[in-house]
Design a protein around this ligand. Structure first.
Ligand SMILES: NC(=O)c1ccc[n+]([C@@H]2O[C@H](COP(=O)([O-])OP(=O)(O)OC[C@H]3O[C@@H](n4cnc5c(N)ncnc54)[C@H](OP(=O)(O)O)[C@@H]3O)[C@@H](O)[C@H]2O)c1
Length: 238
């Protein structure tokens, strides 16, 4: 939002905090009135289909009816990794396409903070567990915001369109991530234990289903290490 304002446009935050609830539609029509573009980053992973699928559908239908350009953030690999949440994100994209209005979907890789969280939950004292060759290509949220702003202020597509996938500059294995995260709080490099990837989700991720196709992705933004260097010694949240 800061970036939109810095470029001379008006930006209005919309979420439950401002009285708009995508799971019920409360406040939505009033919030969209007079807008040219809506950038949809709202989600609630704990609410099942309510926000991710039905809330997105509600927003996409309202945006299409009002002639707004909908810019939506999605996730790289949602059609490769059969995770429940990813399947919902895929249905969300499909509902945007079905709404029929001008829309741009940007799939991004995991943000740095979520990737650091994964590295922490896979680390047990001095041991990091990984599955097959599991790796991530995390991206900085400032970089994602810049890209979303570019798409929101750029030419609107005539109908549904996918932007090139967005990722950070480095592909890092779980061992590399755990080493960086432990070093950040002054701990030694972990011993990395490789386990076989079991189950369809881990198997898909271990074969790189969560990574963008190198030829089709835009990469950039701060590296994971540069982001980490600016975080407090004790990482929290996701
Ligand atoms: N985290 C990642 O690594 C990652 C990677 C790629 C793509 N993405 C996508 O990026 C988006 C944002 O992810 P995030 O992790 O930043 O999410 P987040 O921190 O949980 O933020 C979600 C936002 O959605 C709003 N929200 C939740 N329920 C709502 C509702 N019922 N109605 C209206 N607004 C609601 C929340 O504001 P209120 O509480 O005020 O309602 C909050 O600001 C998601 O679409 C996610 O799939 C995330």
């Amino acid at each position: 939002m800061e970036q939109v304002r810095r470029r001379g446009h008006e930006a209005v935050p919309v979420s439950r905090r401002t009285g708009v609830d995508l799971s019920s539609g409360a406040g939505l029509d009033a919030a969209l009135r007079g807008a040219d573009v809506v950038v949809h980053c709202a989600d609630d992973t704990s609410a099942g289909d309510a926000v991710t699928v039905y809330g997105t559908r509600r927003l996409a239908d309202a945006a299409a009816a009002g002639g707004l350009h909908l810019v939506h953030i999605s996730i790289v690999g949602i059609d490769e990794v059969p995770m429940r949440y990813y399947q919902r994100k895929l249905r969300a994209e499909q509902s945007i396409a079905a709404a029929g209005g001008p829309a741009t979907v940007l799939r991004a890789t995991q943000f740095h903070s979520l990737t650091a969280f994964f590295a922490r939950v896979l680390t047990f004292g001095p041991v990091a567990l990984t599955f097959g060759d599991l790796a991530f290509q995390p991206v900085d949220t400032d970089h994602v915001a810049t890209r979303l702003t570019d798409l929101a202020l750029g030419a609107r597509p005539p109908a549904y369109a996918r932007a090139a996938d967005l990722a950070g500059p480095d592909v890092l294995t779980v061992g590399e991530l755990a080493t960086l995260v432990r070093a950040h709080r002054g701990a030694s490099a972990p011993r990395v234990v490789h386990l076989p990837a079991v189950g369809p989700v881990l198997k898909a991720m271990a074969r790189g289903g969560n990574l963008p196709a190198a030829s089709a992705a835009r990469t950039g933004g701060r590296t994971f290490a540069a982001w980490l260097a600016e975080q407090p010694a004790r990482l929290t949240g996701r």
